[in-house]
Design a protein around this ligand. Structure first.
Ligand code: SF4
Ligand code: SF4
Length: 189
């Protein structure tokens, strides 16, 4: 006899909302933890990526939106690369970040939403990140003007930071992407 197990999650449950926003089916996760073993920030967080997925599967609510990994995730997609079920956890983190901001339960580490906003503004304007004004705007925004300024000459000398704006970006494509973006997607806006 074949027994069919149906997924039963209320429409407004956190997992349902997250799955819809990220276009990911979290029921496919079988907790192999490959994502966590490759995640560069897993050891620094209270809840590594596989645990976030498990808690969602078990019916976690908005308390999950206070998890520190939401703001520590680097969107590097190592988890996605390693996942045998092709679960895009980076996209799940995007959705969680967005919901955390929307619901006002954002617990950020440092000034990450501010950084995200400035970064996206640079990409929107120049088609790519332009580090010099990005750092200047971030420092102004955080009122931490002198932090790490001693590293600046070395970075310039080693070519780690350009004085001129980036070139070669396909600005029309970038403009189209920004035109299509959903507001409040992990950007702090
Ligand atoms: S790697 Fe994929 S299947 Fe394994 S625990 Fe992580 S999300 Fe789940
Ligand atoms: S995308 Fe985020 S959760 Fe996934 S491996 Fe990178 S830092 Fe970890």
């Amino acid at each position: 006899m074949t027994v069919k197990i149906k997924k039963q999650t209320p429409e407004n449950s956190l997992i349902h909302v997250v799955e819809k926003m990220s276009d990911v089916d979290l029921s496919r996760c079988y907790q192999c933890q490959k994502c966590t073993s490759g995640c560069p920030v897993a050891k620094l967080t209270q809840s590594p990526p596989s645990e976030i997925v498990r808690r969602l599967q078990l019916g976690a609510g908005d308390e999950l939106l206070g998890s520190d990994i939401i703001w520590m995730c680097l969107s590097c997609e190592t988890c996605y690369e390693r996942c045998p079920m092709e679960i895009n956890i980076a996209s799940v983190m995007d959705a969680l970040r967005s919901l955390a901001l929307e619901k006002g339960v954002s617990k950020t580490k440092g000034n990450i939403p501010l950084f995200n906003r400035i970064f996206l503004r640079m990409v929107r304007s120049f088609g790519r990140s332009y580090d010099l004004p990005l750092i200047a705007a971030y420092k102004l925004g955080t009122l931490n003007i002198m932090l790490d300024t001693d590293k600046f000459p070395t970075m310039l000398r080693k070519g780690k930071m350009a004085l001129l704006p980036p070139s070669g970006a396909d600005k029309p494509v970038v403009k189209r992407i920004f035109g299509r973006r959903q507001p409040n997607k992990g950007t702090g806006k």
